[in-house]
Write a protein that binds this ligand. Structure first.
Ligand SMILES: [Cu+2]
Length: 257
């Protein structure tokens, strides 16, 4: 019995670590369109993990429901009040009944945990080649400032094919910058800088919404990420920069005069 136990423990440990290691295989890797270092887009890893969890809990839930139904039928009350006879297990079978189910569930847990740890790293490692925008949240708007000083409210325009990082803080209370399509959500708060990044691959429009209750108008605190073809974005960026500078200069002139 000792040798059976030892073999089961050794086998399980080896397999468990093998499966956990396999979890480190990178489902989130996406090729970089610009040919630079590969970009580990967390959105892909998020979807992968979500599917895994849904498939696993469905399979486990269905298996247990069927097993329970079978037990209910198999051990139903029958006429004559018969008394059942519990089967006697050999020590080897008893150990196997403990170790095997533990092994199956733990390997699944470790597989999901390994993918989760890896996904967390992808969320925290911002690609070096990125557009960095400052975001100040306030009741009830998202206020963005681009590297060249261009300001935008609620509509965040970005070029397709370049990772975008938001450095965020809040001027009043807690908000949470949520872009469901890109699988990112991070709180913004007063007196502290938080960040998130996402990878907009193709032109399109994506909802931004506040995911932290912040006041009576919380549900109206929405915006958009507008992903533009790179050339179009550059044109908008230059033009916006010129017109905002012009407006500033005119305001200064007005004051001076
Ligand atoms: Cu809010």
């Amino acid at each position: 019995m000792n040798s059976i136990l030892k073999r089961l423990v050794a086998g399980s440990t080896g397999l468990l670590s093998g499966i956990a290691w396999a979890g480190y295989g990178d489902p989130a890797t996406a090729g970089n369109a610009t040919g630079g270092a590969p970009i580990h887009d967390p959105a892909g890893g998020w979807d992968f993990l979500w599917r895994e969890v849904i498939i696993d809990i469905s399979a486990i839930g269905i298996a247990f429901a069927l097993l329970t139904a079978w037990f209910i039928w198999r051990y139903r009350r029958r006429p004559g009040n018969e008394v059942g006879h519990a089967p006697r297990l050999s020590p080897g079978a008893a150990v196997a009944w403990v170790v095997l189910p533990t092994f199956i569930f733990l390997s699944d847990d470790l597989f999901i945990a390994a993918n989760g740890w890896q996904l967390w790293n992808a969320y925290r490692q911002v690609p070096a080649d990125r557009l960095e925008v400052e975001m100040e949240s306030g009741m009830y708007s998202w206020d963005y400032t681009y590297p060249n000083g261009v300001k935008a409210q609620n509509d965040l325009r970005v070029p397709a094919g370049k990772p975008v990082m938001l450095r965020m803080h809040s001027r009043d209370t807690l908000h949470s910058h949520f872009i469901p399509d890109f699988r990112v959500k991070e709180d913004s708060m007063p007196g502290r800088v938080t960040y998130l990044w996402f990878y907009p691959k193709a032109p399109g429009r994506h909802l931004v919404t506040c995911a932290e209750y912040c006041g009576v108008m919380h549900s109206y605190m929405v915006g958009r990420v507008i992903v533009m073809p790179p050339a179009e974005f550059q044109a908008w960026y230059q033009q916006e920069s010129a017109s905002q500078d012009h407006a500033k200069a005119a305001a200064a002139d007005g004051k001076a005069g």
